[in-house]
Every structure is written in C-alpha cells, then in structure tokens.
Design a binder for this molecule. Structure first.
Ligand SMILES: Nc1ncnc2c1ncn2[C@@H]1O[C@H](COP(=O)(O)OP(=O)(O)OP(=O)(O)O)[C@@H](O)[C@H]1O
Length: 252
C-alpha cells in the first residue's frame, strides 16, 4: 500500500509534566480536507505548531509522503505551507509582494533578499491572487485590506509555495461568520478542484464549518485523538461528547 500524503504517527508533546499531545495518530489523503476539533486546551495549537515545524515533537513523527517532516529541508520543507489565524502578512508590502514571499526558497537567496523575483514567479503569484479572487488588489498594501481579504492573500501566499499540504491553524477565528465561511469554501475548493491534489488540515472552533467543508473530522481531547470520522458521519451527539464532560473512548 502506498504511503498516505500525510500521516501523524503516535505524536507526543509535553510541556514539563503536562502531556499536551498523547499518542496522536491520523492520516490525510491527497485531495482531502481534514478538520481538527476539540475544546480549549485540547492540544490543537500544539499539534499544528509541531506539524508546521515550529516546535519539535517529543515522540512519534509526522510523515509527508512517508518521510519524516523533521528532516525536510529547503524545497521539500516548502511542500508544507502554513496559514495562521492572524494572517501573518507584512503590512507595508502589497498583496502581490506578500504572495511572492511564498516563492522564497524557490529562488536563490540573494534574489529573495533583494526581492528580485523573475517573471515566472510574478506570473505564478498573480495566478495565486486570481485564484483567491484578489487579482484586482495586487498593488494594495496588506494593511489596507479587510481581514477576509488578508486571509485570502495568506492563502495565495501558501499556494505560491506550490505545497502538497496546507496546514491552517484556526484560519477563520478572526473573521465574521460570513467571511469565515467564504475562506473555508476557498480552502475546500483548493482541496477538491483537482489542482494537483493538495490536502488541507485545518483546526476550527466551529463544528458546523467542519461538517460543511471538511471530508474528515478528527477530535482532540486532553491531547488524545478521541474521534476520527467522515464529516458526514459526525453527529451532534458525538460533538456534544467531544466538547462536553462525557468520556469518549480513544478513536481506533
Ligand atoms: N508553551 C507552552 N508551555 C506550557 N504549556 C503549554 C504551552 N502551550 C500550550 N500549553 C498547554 O498545553 C495544552 C494544550 O494547549 P493548546 O494551546 O495546544 O490547546 P488548544 O486546543 O489549541 O486550545 P485553544 O483552542 O484554546 O487554542 C494546554 O493545557 C496548554 O495550557
């Protein structure tokens, strides 16, 4: 059997005595959107920081195409793109320049430092802006865009990396419900519209968005995966258990 696009295998992360991630395992297939749900303190951000390479796991591994992401360097590392809750754009730069930042690592370092991107990189960045519906705003400063537009620029920057996997940590937490649903629809279409089989892993505090846009739902509670189901099978009662006091058996 071929390796899944992405796999988290027995991931463990501790902060002193606190076990924030405990034997967490799940898989994500090409073209699949996986939502990670769980109450505050369940370990979602910890998981995403580790998957994004911002913190090391203390045990287990995250594997991209079967290779440990902890060992990825350069271009291979850029096969995982990250979208943050707070967008993380450079305010004084234009939307286009922010998207071009996704090409850093694809061009020689000196070109990146001087912000001298080639015509091909600029064409790709414009295509990515077009993909998120913001081509007309290419020259606009990031801080002159609305929150929803800024998150779309951040997604365009992620696409400019030409990733296999996009990790989005609470990408709609700073947006109003309507704008947030638009961003989720965009992430879902990137996953599902046959654009080279990108997978998306996205943490959310809104189960209804997970059920509407994701293919699978993984539930974390106290650092353990207690739910791993098709989004269509994620019943209200199951979600109540995930967020409530009743115990859930660890997912098989
Ligand atoms: N840097 C840290 N040092 C010590 N403990 C931490 C650190 N970061 C997180 N924790 C603890 O790890 C546990 C998991 O936190 P985490 O932020 O991953 O949860 P979360 O599911 O993302 O919560 P939220 O939904 O509120 O953002 C919590 O008990 C938290 O207090």
């Amino acid at each position: 059997m071929s390796a899944p696009l992405f796999e988290v295998r027995a991931a463990r992360k501790t902060y002193g005595q606190l076990v924030a991630l405990d034997d967490a395992s799940f898989r994500v297939a090409r073209g699949q959107m996986l939502a990670v749900l769980g109450p505050s303190g369940a370990g979602k951000s910890t998981l995403f920081r580790c998957l994004a390479g911002l913190a090391p796991l203390d045990g287990g591994a995250a594997l991209l195409h079967g290779g440990d992401v902890a060992h990825l360097r350069g271009r291979q590392r850029r096969k995982i793109a990250v979208v943050f809750q707070q967008f993380n754009l450079v305010n004084r730069l234009s939307a286009l320049d922010n998207v071009l930042a996704g090409r850093l690592g694809h061009v020689p370092a000196w070109r990146g430092w001087l912000r001298r991107f080639g015509a091909e990189d600029i064409r790709l960045a414009l295509e990515c802006l077009d993909r998120v519906g913001l081509l007309a705003h290419a020259d606009q400063r990031a801080d002159a865009l609305s929150g929803g537009q800024q998150q779309r620029v951040a997604i365009a920057r992620a696409l400019a990396q030409q990733p296999d996997l996009i990790i989005a940590d609470e990408p709609v937490a700073s947006l109003d419900p309507h704008t947030g649903a638009g961003v989720m629809a965009l992430l879902s279409s990137i996953c599902h519209d046959g654009e080279g089989g990108i997978a998306v892993i996205c943490s959310l505090h809104q189960p209804e968005l997970a059920r509407r846009y994701a293919d699978r739902v993984v539930g974390l509670r106290q650092g353990r995966i207690v739910l791993d189901v098709a989004a269509a099978d994620c019943a209200d009662a199951t979600l109540e258990q995930l967020y409530g006091a009743a115990p859930l058996a660890p997912a098989a």
